[in-house]
Design a binder for this molecule. Structure first.
Ligand code: 7TS
Length: 413
């Protein structure tokens, strides 16, 4: 097997992750971080510490532990803001997930700003969470949905982007990296071109913020959405970023406690940013856990993480593609690809591949990956997908290859 040198040392990193420390007959080969990552002890401990030592609600009590909880929650927001280079923590809204962030945008900004005859531009490589909210909004408003096509190599066309935008294009919503093809889109350039035509931009960074530098000021996106659970953080916590002046003009998403300044029998005044968008008791432990995840990522270095994943992906691509009868989807150049590989073995259903790999304790995802329009484009019902993160090493790739050979053996291919 080819041995590539890696930027990070997954053997040491794994010691931080309890799931890899269990005494098991076969080591866990976890190749599904694009679905959800594992969490290091620092994240689990941060959540536990909150529950055990200063559990209380935020923004309410004057007593010590409530102040402590509020400070920890708001500190987490500041960490997120710094991590993506937002201008202010006011631009960081805690939500449940990427999915909720995009729904928030469509239900608030979208309902106010999209009118009959307008159009929203998406791409064929979007996750359902960046399609269905826009589909429903366009149906409600009598607006139309447009899609940028994905070419045979897994890329979008900037020319087609230009020609698809017109003076009724209110929004371009696209993923920074495809969760199926791995394609890293030229986000900055796409955003610039959309702005030139007067459209605002929603960037779905669920598959990039955990893996590479995300600088919202440099990208100049208007909105961005990502999830804590894909970046070593807890489930149930996600981020909506939006420029302050846009958030200022937006209506709240949910109404209730915490998002108000004052309420009378017939009227209410909204709270300041960012709390205007955080009705009710938030996921306090989740936010604190996400803050700990960001500390952990910063400790490794986001550029080192990208370099590590690039090296693993490059090696895995070479090895998977050299197996006869395998179709690999997406760009062939590892510089243009996030740390994931979708493939199919000729004559074998993706679910069978994943099930046989599971018998070797190799976890990979099979299915449509919540990207059915893309599956239609590729002409397949499903793919198998291996995705990588900081704890993956070359041995995991060797196990993947071994598993694929085993599948071929079972099917006598
Ligand atoms: N956008 C992209 C690009 C994604 O990959 C996902 C989740 C989402 C949005 C939704 O994130 P959520 O946290 O709100 O669920 N992608 C996957 C996946 O590829 N396998 O499982 C979930």
């Amino acid at each position: 097997m080819i041995k590539g040198s890696l930027t990070l040392d997954p053997k040491i990193i794994r010691q931080d992750f309890p799931i890899f420390q269990q005494a098991v007959a076969k080591p866990l080969v976890y190749l599904d971080s694009a679905a959800t990552s594992q969490r290091p002890s620092k994240v689990i401990d941060a959540e536990m510490e909150y529950y055990q030592k200063y559990n209380s609600n935020v923004h309410r009590g004057v007593y010590r532990i409530s102040v402590e909880a509020t400070e920890a929650y708001e500190r987490a927001r500041e960490k997120v803001a710094r991590f993506i280079n937002a201008r202010s923590p006011k631009e960081i809204i805690f939500v449940r997930s990427t999915t909720e962030a995009i729904n928030l945008i469509s239900q608030t900004w979208g309902r106010t700003n999209i009118q009959t005859g307008d159009n929203v531009l998406l791409t064929e490589m979007e996750h359902h969470s960046n399609i269905v909210p826009w589909m429903m909004l366009c149906k409600e408003k009598g607006a139309s949905l447009r899609y940028l096509e994905v070419d045979d190599d897994g890329f979008l066309s900037l020319d087609q982007l230009d020609s698809s935008l017109d003076n009724r294009s209110k929004l371009l919503a696209f993923t920074h990296a495809s969760n199926v093809l791995g394609t890293i889109n030229p986000a900055k350039e796409m955003i610039r071109r959309a702005h030139d035509k007067g459209a605002l931009v929603v960037l779905d960074s669920a598959q990039t913020t955990p893996h590479m530098t995300t600088d919202v000021r440099d990208l100049d996106c208007d909105f961005m959405a990502f999830s804590g659970h894909k970046m070593l953080g807890p489930t149930g916590i996600g981020i909506l970023y939006a420029r302050e002046e846009i958030l200022d003009r937006m209506e709240p998403f949910l109404y209730g406690g915490d998002m108000i300044k004052e309420v009378h029998k017939d009227s209410a005044r909204w709270n300041d940013l960012p709390w205007k968008f955080e009705a009710g008791t938030p996921n306090i432990a989740g936010a604190i856990g996400l803050g700990a995840a960001i500390d952990y990522i910063n400790g490794l270095g986001i550029d080192q993480i990208r370099a590590h994943e690039r090296a693993i992906t490059s090696r895995a691509l070479d090895m998977v593609q050299s197996i006869p009868g395998i179709t690999v989807y997406g760009p062939k150049d590892p510089d243009k690809r996030a740390g994931l590989i979708s493939f199919n073995i000729k004559g074998v259903h993706a679910h069978d591949t994943a099930s046989i790999l599971d018998t070797h304790n190799v976890c990979i995802r099979a299915g449509h990956h919540c990207a059915q329009p893309l599956m239609e484009k590729l002409g397949v019902p499903a793919t198998t997908r291996a995705s990588f993160y900081v704890y993956n090493n070359n041995e995991d790739i060797d196990m993947l290859i071994h598993g694929i050979e085993a599948v071929k053996g079972v099917f006598k291919l």
